[in-house]
Every structure is written in C-alpha cells, then in structure tokens.
Design a protein around this ligand. Structure first.
Ligand SMILES: [Fe+2]
Ligand SMILES: [Fe+2]
Length: 483
C-alpha cells in the first residue's frame, strides 16, 4: 500500500491522514479538535523528537487497522510522515464491569460525571509518559550501534508518539474543553525541564546512551505494560480498548530492551572468554561493558522504575479500583470476589531498623500488588540474561536489588537500604553507593564506547548482532536509508 503518497497529499483529509477505527470522518467535533492539535504535535516532534531524522527513510511498521495483517504494515517511511493512527480494539457490546462497586453493570461508553476528574488524571499521567520517552531518547540516533538498532529506536519513538495520540484522542473525545487543554499541555511539558517537567520522575531522567536505552525499554516500558494492562480492565470502555491495542506495540519495545541487554552480555562474555580477561578494568580495556557496570545500570533503572508504581499504600489506588477505573494485572483471570473489601495483602516497610512484612487491607495496597506482579516478570527476564554468562562458564549473575533499594517514593523513601535489603545509616549507604549505582566514571566509560555504526550488517564492538532481523529481513538489511 502506498502510505507515503497518501500522506503527501496536501489537502488534509484527517480520516485518511490519521488512520483510525473510530469513525473519524463522521465525527466533526473530534476532527476539528484534532485539526487544531495536530500541527502542534508535528512541531513538538520536530523540536524534541529524534534529531536530524526528517529526511531518513526508515523501515517501520505502521498500524493501519487492528486486525492481524493491519497492525504491522512494514515499509520505508520518512518519520515526520509516519501515520500516527488511532486504534481501539473492537467494542464488545456485552462487556460488563468486572471489578469494584459496579460489578455487573454495562461498561461505560462515556465518562460518568462523578469519575471525570480521576479518569482525566489517569489518562493525562499515562499520556505524559509517551512523549517524555521520545524526548529522553532524542539524541541516541547519533550514536547508534547499528542500522538494525537505529531502526528499532525509531520504531519505539513513533509508537510512543502514537500512544500520545491514543491518549489525546480520549481527552478530545470524552473530556470537552478540559480535555483539549490537557492535550495541549502534553505538548508543552518537557522531559527534564526544571520549569515544566514531565509528571513522573523516571521520565525526567536522561537516557544518555544505548545501554541506558536498553535498560529503559526493558524496565520502564514494562512498567508501561503493567499500567496499560491495569487500565485495559477499566470500566471506561474506550480506555480499556485503546490500552489493549497499545499493549500489542509495547511488546516490541520490551523486546528491544531485553534483547539489547542480552546482546551486550553476550558480547562481553565472548570477549572475556576469547581474550581470557576477568577483571572489570581488563574487560573495559577490550572496549566492551564489564558485567559489574551492567549490574549498576540494572540497580539504577530497576529502582527508579519501581517508584513509578507510587506508594505501596495509597487511597487513590483503592478509590480507582472501587470505582472500576483501574483493575489489577490480569483482573479478569483472577479468581476472587473482585471487590477485595475483606482481603489483605502483605507490604513491606521499615520498622525498628529492619524490613518487615505487614498485612494491610488489599484495596489501598493495589500499587504494591501491581509492582509485585511486575517484579515477577522482571525476574524472569533477568533469569534469561543470566543463562548467557552461565553458557560461557563465567561465574557472574545479574541480581535485582531489594525493592527498598534507592527509593524515593513509598515506604522505603527516606531509608537507606542496601541492595541485599539491609537497613543502613545514611553515611554507610552513601559510602557504598559507588559500588551499587553507576558513577560518573561508569557513565563516561559507557559514553566513550558510543560511536555511530551505520554500515548495513555491522555492529559496534560492545554489542553482539541480534539472532534475526526485523520482519524476516536479513540482519544486513538496509533498515534505514540516508539518501
Ligand atoms: Fe507507550
Ligand atoms: Fe513503550
């Protein structure tokens, strides 16, 4: 299909330009709102999206419908011409609310007045993360380790842009003037801007190099997955349906992260074996990332991402659940009363210089529960990474720090917890921190490895080639064209 020729038509037909399954061509109000928002979006992309990319042709997948062969259409696209579409999985007319106080009532097609403000807040908070990550990653293309990786970065970027569209659609369609103002504000905030930062802290951190990018897509995009999964259970049906579709794209982002780190580990282990080096300094001298540094990056990205779940005990979390706005991970598959009024859950806290488990009512502990579900998936991914050194006979495994380590939000904030879960004094913790978290020297070293490799089929020295290419293309495929 001729996507590029389509979008080059100048008379803008939004129902064409914005591929959608929300009947855009028949919704005048919505079309007008999007017509006003869209130029601002493109300006935002130009200002803060990936730098110097407007003329590149990138082998991207574009969603043009939600069915099997529609959601991943591959072809060369100039990124500013990417068709950021609006897709919801098809409506199930019989869908009923399956948790909270309204169990059994039909799912809402419109926002109930009483939940307008919390729903708007949920959508804005989710929506804000999408452009934020694009901003965090804007410079990475300059130092890509291969064309394959460059293409994956850009794929993630355009899809985060599409996720912004998905949330803005909900704001425009269901929240009237407030929604339009929020949609505008989503284009105004900037990651890391002291005056107008993104809402959540992890999205104001720098993603300074490709190791950080893979860590981010493994750890932080997976938080995105769990938040979207919880919202995919929502009684507000358009939100549930849009999140379900976003989850299909999110899977690739996490793949980029998991396989990216795995390829770094693979390459380091190859070099350690072939040149018989073990000491981190010797390993670094070979131009690859020592596993100790990798562990410190894991500690950082994991702990910063855990903060995204909010406080372990939160009345908002309870209210969102009871109202039916945000469910648990896999809510519909869980077997209990889906009200949780009498249930309890164990959360950890610091008491008398020790970390202790404490049984609390389940409802306010839902953030902790979602975070614990997330941790299980993270552990499985780390186990897969650890098979690599084992295969090389290298006695090293990556470990996840205790959930209390390096936390700014929740029960552990203000405490000094070591990666193995000891409660320390501030002094002792700070003295040991350079062993646990990436230092300036670590950053400088990793940054020093970042060059730019754009010859098809070639990879930077510090990372192994992937097992296979994208969409069954060979690894040496020209994933990005510079002409
Ligand atoms: Fe996203
Ligand atoms: Fe993502």
């Amino acid at each position: 299909m001729s996507q590029i020729s389509d979008v080059r038509q100048q008379g803008i037909d939004y129902s064409q330009r914005v591929p959608n399954n929300v009947n855009l061509s028949n919704d005048r109000v919505l079309q007008r709102a999007l017509e006003q928002w869209q130029p601002g979006f493109l300006n935002w992309w130009k200002d803060t999206g990936p730098v110097d990319t407007s003329t590149l042709q990138v082998y991207l997948r574009t969603a043009v419908s939600v069915d099997r062969d529609g959601w991943a259409n591959f072809g060369y696209v100039r990124m500013p011409e990417y068709r950021w579409g609006i897709f919801l999985v098809p409506q199930d007319e019989n869908r009923r609310i399956h948790f909270g106080d309204h169990v059994g009532s039909p799912a809402w097609q419109d926002v109930p007045g009483e939940y307008r403000s919390p729903l708007r807040r949920i959508i804005v908070t989710q929506g804000d993360t999408e452009p934020a990550s694009v901003e965090q990653q804007k410079l990475l293309g300059k130092t890509c380790p291969s064309l394959y990786d460059l293409r994956n970065l850009f794929q993630v970027n355009v899809e985060e842009g599409r996720h912004l569209w998905a949330m803005v659609y909900l704001l425009h369609r269901h929240f009237g003037r407030d929604g339009r103002e929020e949609a505008e504000a989503l284009l105004q905030r900037r990651s890391g801007d002291p005056n107008n930062p993104r809402i959540l802290t992890a999205f104001n951190e720098k993603t300074a190099n490709w190791l950080a990018f893979y860590m981010f897509t493994f750890f932080t995009d997976r938080d995105g997955k769990f938040q979207l999964a919880a919202l995919a259970e929502s009684a507000f049906d358009p939100l549930a349906r849009t999140c379900r579709f976003m989850l299909t794209e999110e899977a690739h982002h996490m793949f980029v992260g998991e396989s990216g780190v795995a390829r770094v580990v693979q390459r380091t282990c190859e070099v350690m074996r072939d040149r018989n080096v073990r000491d981190p300094e010797q390993v670094r001298a070979q131009g690859v990332i020592d596993l100790e540094t990798l562990q410190r990056f894991v500690n950082f990205h994991y702990s910063v991402t855990l903060d995204l779940y909010g406080a372990e005990v939160s009345s908002n979390a309870a209210n969102f659940y009871t109202a039916g706005l945000k469910g648990r991970y896999g809510e519909s598959k869980l077997e209990d009363d889906h009200r949780l009024t009498d249930a309890t859950y164990t959360v950890q806290e610091v008491e008398g210089g020790k970390i202790v488990g404490k049984s609390v009512p389940s409802l306010p502990a839902l953030n902790a529960r979602l975070r614990d579900d997330y941790i299980k998936e993270i552990e499985a991914g780390v186990d897969r990474w650890n098979r690599i050194p084992a295969k090389f006979g290298i006695p090293f495994s990556i470990t996840l720090p205790h959930a209390g380590f390096h936390r700014k939000i929740g029960n552990f904030a203000g405490h000094y917890i070591s990666p193995d879960g000891q409660v320390l004094s501030q002094h002792a913790w700070e003295a040991a921190a350079p062993k646990w978290l990436p230092t300036d020297t670590d950053h400088a070293f990793v940054d020093s490895l970042m060059g730019r490799v754009i010859e098809p089929g070639k990879f930077a020295n510090w990372i192994a080639a992937p097992a296979r290419g994208i969409n069954d293309q060979p690894i040496e495929f020209e994933y990005v064209r510079f002409d």
